[in-house]
Design a protein around this ligand. Structure first.
Ligand SMILES: Cc1ncc(COP(=O)(O)O)c(C=O)c1O
Length: 434
């Protein structure tokens, strides 16, 4: 597999040997917008939305795809997801406000989170979000008060933690017994009983999310089995009806050639076939299916561009190539040991390669973007392009070292549109009083 296949679907190499994204020469983009620069390719983004809609829709028509904003959201992307007919999974008042600001249909918004504040719940209820996904007993009581006060009757799902291990990184595993997210199965019956007894909300169904960057699909089968058996038991005991079911998101993407991820089609196959099989087996009506992909929609669409600065040789040890971004815009390598590929965007296809380490510019020894990668001989001013940076990079970005968050452009058909401008020193200081 070539590294280029990890980049957005429109990626090409032009006759100057430059990387071209969405018909735009990446070196020219750097000239116009500076670095670090995040480039999102619109055809890749829309293509993933369509792939999810089609792969699930053709197997199970009663499916809603909702994009998990935590992977990355801004207003331009929210508009694209709206046009693509997706819903949104939000986890904060901020993500909800972004959705509302572009006129996103709020009935297609699901509000998640393990510690929603009273103000966030009030806003969600007032604005009429589609579902509140209740995570714990404290939230059940809080939401009851909020709904009573507002004179509303929100529709809710309960988030369960089915106790299966998806074998991904511990920081992004969420469905095991010892997790801060959701009701453990041992408390799930009490949660259903309490929710059904309340007249302040309507229990529509059940949700789980077992983790992120998941390569093995078997844990989904296992978790669906557990939740459907539970739903059948709750139906017998309390007359509960599973109108809606969500297995969350979590599908992995291919960051490096040696770790290929399952396809969206394979994911859809496992989820829908297991849902149908288990519904039949336990005797419940097949519910509406709600799938919440984040990374697998936006990951491949995003490319990070950096300029090379200082180069340091430690003879016999390694050559460090420092770039003008790093841990502040992409914390994943430091946080999860995440691995990436890269190319030199201004000299993509070169035979003579050498092994280097790409370091960030921030004051942490752990600020290494890629350890030991073969790249052409680099000099200051060269441009490094890292693929698969659409998810969990900018959404986890910080102003560490009082750095400025990068600019973001959306490319399509040879045109680049600035969708988030680079922060300025004024932005950085705008909240401080002296
Ligand atoms: C509840 C929930 N749904 C969906 C997602 C999206 O996961 P991913 O980006 O791996 O698809 C997450 C992220 O961890 C999540 O917590």
């Amino acid at each position: 597999m070539s590294r280029i296949s990890l980049f957005p679907i429109t990626t090409e190499v032009n006759d100057k040997n430059h990387l071209v994204l969405g018909g735009c020469d990446s070196v020219a983009l750097v000239g116009e917008f500076g670095t670090p620069l995040y480039v999102f390719d619109e055809p890749t983004l829309r293509g993933k939305c369509a792939r999810y809609r089609e792969e699930f829709g053709q197997r199970y028509a009663n499916t809603l795809i909702i994009y998990a904003c935590k992977a990355f959201i801004n207003r331009a992307l929210a508009l694209i997801f709206m046009e693509e007919g997706l819903g949104l999974d939000v986890v904060s008042g901020g993500e909800l406000a972004i959705a509302k600001s572009v006129g996103f249909p709020l009935e297609r918004v699901y509000f998640h989170g393990n510690n929603k504040s009273p103000q966030e719940l009030e806003q969600a209820v007032k604005w009429g979000v589609g579902r509140i996904v209740v995570d714990n007993f404290f939230e059940l009581s809080l939401l009851e008060e909020v709904a009573k006060e507002a004179g509303a009757r929100p529709d809710i799902l309960l988030r369960l933690s089915p106790g299966v291990d998806p074998h991904t990184h511990a920081h992004i595993t969420t469905g095991v017994v010892d997790t801060k997210f959701g009701f453990p199965m041992a408390q799930a019956e009490e949660a259903v009983a309490r929710a059904m007894a309340s007249s302040f909300f309507e229990l529509k169904g059940l949700h789980f999310h077992i983790g992120s960057q998941i390569f093995e699909l078997e844990p989904y089968r296992e978790a669906i089995g557990i939740v459907f058996r539970f739903a059948a038991e709750m139906s017998t005991k309390y007359g509960f009806s599973l109108q809606e079911f969500s297995p969350g998101g979590g599908l992995a993407i291919t960051y490096t050639d040696d770790s290929p991820a399952p396809t969206i089609g394979q994911f859809a196959d496992v989820i829908t076939s297991t849902l149908l099989h288990r519904s039949h087996e336990v005797g419940v009506e097949p519910p509406r299916l709600v799938v919440e992909p984040g990374r697998s929609i936006v990951g491949q669409a995003g490319v990070a561009l950096y300029s090379v600065g200082a180069i340091k040789d430690i003879p016999g040890v390694r050559r460090y190539i420092s770039v003008d971004g790093g841990i502040a815009d992409n914390i994943r390598p430091a946080l999860y040991g995440a691995r990436y590929e890269a190319v030199a965007a201004n000299k993509v296809e070169v035979d003579d390669l050498e092994q280097v380490t790409i370091a960030g510019k921030f004051c942490e020894s752990g600020d290494i973007l890629i350890k030991d990668i073969d790249l052409p001989k680099l000099v200051p001013g060269d441009v490094i392009a890292i693929p698969c940076c659409g998810a969990y990079c900018l959404s986890l970005a910080s102003n560490y070292n009082a750095s400025l968050k990068p600019a973001i452009v959306l490319v399509n058909d040879g045109k680049a549109r600035l969708i988030t401008r680079r922060q300025s020193d004024e932005d950085l200081m705008s909240h401080d009083n002296v």
